[in-house]
Every structure is written in C-alpha cells, then in structure tokens.
Design a protein around this ligand. Sequence first.
Ligand code: ADP
Ligand code: MG
Length: 736
Amino acid sequence: MSESAPRRLRQLGDVPVSQLRNVGEKRTAALASLGIENVFDLLTIYPRRYIDRTKRVDLSDLTVGEEAAVFGEVGKVSSRRTKQGKVMVEVSVRDDGGSIKVVFFNQAWRERQLPVGVQALFFAKVTEYKGQRQMTNPVVDVIVGASGEERDVTRIGRVVPIYPASGKAGLTSWEIGGFIDESLRRAGPLLDPVPPSVRDELQLVDRTQSYWGIHLPSDLDDVAPARRRLVFDEFLRLQLLLALRRRRLEESSAGIRHPLALDDLDVEPGALSSPSSSLVRRFLAGHHFALTSAQHRVLVEIARDMASPLPMHRLLQGDVGSGKTVVALTTLLAAIDGGRQGALMAPTEVLAEQHLASLRADLAGLTKSDPSVLGGERGLSIQLLTGRVKAKDRQSVLDGLRNGSVDVVVGTHALLTDDVRFKALGAIVIDEQHRFGVEQRAALRDKGRNHSDEQADPDLLVMTATPIPRTAAMVVFGDLDRSVLDEMPRGRIPIRTEWAKDAGDVERCWQRVREEVSAGRRAFVICPLVEGSERIEATSAVEERTRLALEELRGLSVGLLHGQMKGPEKEAVMAQFRAGELNVLVATVVIEVGVDVPEASVIVIEDAWRFGLAQLHQLRGRVGRASVQSYCYLLGTPPNDEGAVRLQALVDSTDGFALAEIDLDLRGEGTLLGARQRGRSDLRLASLRDDEDLLLAAQRVADSMVRRDGLTGEPDMVDELRLFVDDEEADYLFKS
Ligand code: ADP
Ligand code: MG
C-alpha cells in the first residue's frame, strides 16, 4: 500500500488486516471474530466518542453525586481482600488537576489491566468515602498501554477517539485505534467518487478528509463535517443500489396495460351502471360507502401505474382502519376487467380466510361475461389456497387458475409454490407487507412472469398497516413507489384508551365490557405475550377465559382463540364471534392483524407492557371500526420506565405515524431495518431521525446519476458499490 495514486475503497477491501504491522495471527483471528477482515472493514468501525486531552476534567472540580468521565494515568495500584472476603482492587488515577481513587470489587483482573503508567478513561458516579472522592466499579476504556509499544503515543492527537472495545475478542479501544491509525497513514489519499460539483453544492468535505476527520481528528471540530460526509456516502450507496435495481427491473419488464378508466373511480354509491360497465364501476356504484378522498387519490395513483406498460411496484401505507381493503378490491377488479386474474396474499391462514369471506361478501352480485357458461355471464369466482385446503379442493382451485375460471385467489405463502400456475395473472396484492421479506417480494414478482401463461409481469401492490416513518420507508422500501392513506373514513370516533393502574380502574374496565355487551356490542380480551412459547401462552389464555367466565364476565358468552387451535376450530370461533353468538373473545395475539368485526367496541389488553408499541396500536385497531365510541384498556404494571413510556404514548395518541416515530426512538433503528438488503451496505453512522436531509439529498443525487446513464459513466462509483453486493448481483446491476 505505498504507491501514491489515490486509493479506492475497494482496494482497501482487498488488503487483509494481517498486513498491518501489529496484527499477527492472534489479532487477525480476534478481528475476524468481530467480522473485520480487511482494512476497509477496519475503517468502518467508528469511534463511540472522543476525549479531548487538552480539556481534561480537573479532578479537583468533580462534583460528588454526579456521573463523570475522567481521563487519567494510573499512579498506584494494589489489591487486597475485604473483611467479607471480596477481592478489592484499588487504583489511584491522576491527571494535571489532582487524583481520585478508583475501586473495583470482585474484579481481580483489573490489577493486570491497569498497571502503573496506563492511561485510561473511567466512567462512573463520583462518590465520597472517608472524605475522599472515589469511583466504584467504573466503566474503563484503556487508551494508552503501560509501555506504549502498541500505539505511538506521540502520534495521538489532542483528541483521542474511543472505539467500541471488545472484551470478548480481547481487543482494547487503543489497539483498534492503532490499527486504524496505521491503515489511514499507509493508505494515503483516498479516491473520491462523488463529483466535486455535488460536494460543493452539499458542502461535503472530501473523502480523505472524512476518514481522517472521524478517526484522527486534530480538533473536535473536525468530527461533525467528517461524519456528515460519511453518512452521505452510506445513504448514497444504498440509494444508488436501489435506483439501479429499479432501473434493471424496468428495462427487463414485460408489464401489462390494464384497461382502467380514471372516471370509473369517480363513481359514487347509487350511481347508474349497466352490465356493460366495468367491474370497477359497478363495484363502486353498488358499494355501501363512498371513497374517502385519500382512498380516491391512492386509487388514481394505482390506476396510472396499472394503465402504464411498466409493472406497478407500489407500497400502500395506511393506518389500521383507514380502509385499505376497498383499495385492494378495486385493484383486483381492474385486473379482472382486463380479462386477467388477481391474487391476494396474507401472512396467516386466519387472515386469508377472513379476506376470502369479506371479498366474497363485497363482490357478491358482480358478474363477468364468460362465453363458456350458459347465458354467457357468471358470478366472480374467488377461491382460497392455503396449506390447509384439502388436496381435492386444492386441485380444483389449481385447475381453475390454470384455465381462467377462477378470478381471484386468496392465500398465504402457499401461493408461492411451484405448482400454482395462472392463465393470466394481472395483479398481486400483498397484505401486511412487513411479514414478508425483500427476497420474497422479488420471488413473487418472478413467479408472476414464469407461472402465468401470459408471461407478463403482474402489477404489485403491497399494503402495510404498520406506519413506518418516511425516512425508514425510503430505506427499507426504497425500491417501491409509495402511497399513503392519511385519512380515516368519516364518522370515526377516536378510540378512548385507558391505562388501568389500580384495582378500581380494573374493576371499571370489566364493568365497561359488561355494559358494552349489554348494549349489543362485543369485546376482545388479549392475553399476555409469553416469550418463545405458544403453548404456555395458549394455556394461560385457556385459564383466563375460564376465570373471566366465572368471575368478572359471568353470564356472558366468552369464547377462546389461540395459536394452538386447529384451523376449522379457529374458523368456527371467529364465525360465532362475528355473528354475535359469542359476546367476548379471549385471544392470544393471533388476532393482531386485520381482524374486522365492526361490532367490537372494547379491547382489553392484559400485561400490555409486554407488547411493542406498533403491536399495541395494531391490537387497538381491532375496535373503533364503526361509528360508536370504542374503548381500549391497558392492564398490568410495567416493570420499567420504557414500558410505562409505551403505555402512556398509546393513551396519548391514536396516530399510528406519531407512535411509529416514538417506537423508532425507543427501540432504535436496528429492529426496523432488520429486513434490509443483504450485503454490507450497512448504515453504520447514519441515523434516520437526525440525518433526514442527507438521505433526501442522497436519493436525489442517486436518482439523477442512475437516470443519466445507469452509472456506466461512473466506473469509480461502480467499483465502490461492488463492495456491497455479491458477484451475482453485481453482474445483474452493473452489466452495460
Ligand atoms: P384496514 O384494512 O385499512 O385496516 P379496512 O379496509 O378493514 O381497514 O376498513 C376498516 C373499516 O372501515 C371497515 O369496516 C370498512 O368497511 C370501513 N370503511 C373503509 N372505507 C370506508 C369509507 N370510505 N367510508 C366508510 N367506511 C369505510
Ligand atoms: Mg386490512
């Protein structure tokens, strides 16, 4: 690594860490255990924080009772046993301003870790013991070793970066810092693939400056601009890959132009229609409600996609109860209007069955012409395909899909199996997208082409009720167009949510259930989540049902639904509840998504703190689906503040997007981004909350770069992107 041409990141990716001066076999293995194999990997470990050595905390200024981070040198170290027989290591730490005593209990190894001369950071609350200030069991970051042989102390700037040390791998912050230091110095200038015009416009420092500024700042003021540039690069790579994927899909697509007339969407219930009108028109004219303006807007967006020769690839976000179903139905009908078929895929069998029932009800009475039947006209055929469908029925559904006599198939993953073939698949709707991964989405698209005699790409609409903050959606669903249902149907009364904190509150909650039932409405009772055991969860639901039927809800008819029940059993219970034969349904979280029983007006969630915020919001969405006041009761005492924050947030807000933002804050971004693309295009520094401006800028830059020439004029950028995709994908994305 010594010639002087500016180096590309991918070249650094080709240099194994073992080429560094202080990295032998043992450290190579230790680094490998952290997933760090080459110099590029090393450079993407970023400091957790920095210590400004010119601004040492004056030890004499420390305030007792406050937490502090102290940087100092070990002056004295000793160890002894206390009267209780514990090992106690005492370290005297000093800096220019004074000294402090640091004490460790039951950590004998600290004596070896902290010999005289070591410089380290100590973080803990400052206490007072026998008139002397002291820290007990602090967090320790060793910065400079006793002999300094590992890292050239004279080279450490005024600002010392603190890396996430790994006790397990036996690597300290200063060792990692040393490797990075050597890597950067030997690498020399780094090639910058972002054009100067873009850098100027966005006021971004160049690449070399960014890596030096984050790892070897000579001043704390260097850090923020360096970070900004690195965050931009992370977003840019991600958005470039997404834009390229999109471009490739469009180039290779064989989409369908569905015959969809925009003015069919303007039809109000009761409007005139004739048997020769489109199904979309007849459906909307005969429907029992008018579209909300959000539903109308979204349908226009979908209609434009469907009418275009490029296959639709759209995400529909809409809070629980915002009315996604009618949008899905209209989409499917538009496909049938063109003489094609539709598929609706749900994440669970319960949901698929429910969709089947509601589709059949909503589409009852609609007919289509079919010369093969007597009279030339027949009703729509909507069939179910899940793992539970019996072999004989399954075969007839498969035959119907093959010969075109089935118009819509509703199912689960079972729709993805190889033997499911269509005559002409025109549109796919996936409900509750967050349960399906990115790869499954791709698989589904392929199936459309390869498993439909027409060999065309069906239009794809994925629907999610889990509101995702806009920035997160740009990252997780960056390859989809987005539509948002941001308006609830008229007449909805916001659900009243109460957190029952004491026995009186709990009594009032059950009282409410009894009142609502006697007014002819229904209630859900959700049993606590039991980590990792559906069986125990089921058992507790069984017990709770029995208890409630004997005590608080005596005299009401109380049903039971849990994940261990067989399909037909579940179906029967849901049917009874829907029909009102059961007043109360005690259920585990199996009912989380999509269950639609408009008469249900109360939901009681036991040990509510065990559920995540998004999940609680979903559960609450099971009520409030008609125009009566509905109630949600949260039971149980959270064991920690985080749980309490969640419950309070739910009490305070019924806005799924606001709750999603809070959830993002509470849980961090990792969980949300879990189902992200494979590969190394990890967002390490970027924060979706704080760096939104950079994300938007990166998306804009990426789109214009890809739109221009598919990156063929940017070989340096393409070279860099190869770091983040496997060979197969690279061939696909970067072929010219
Ligand atoms: P989602 O699937 O988005 O949670 P649904 O499609 O199940 O919501 O709709 C929720 C309830 O609102 C259903 O009972 C549905 O009939 C009703 N609904 C949907 N759209 C409208 C509308 N435009 N006007 C009145 N009621 C509507
Ligand atoms: Mg729904």
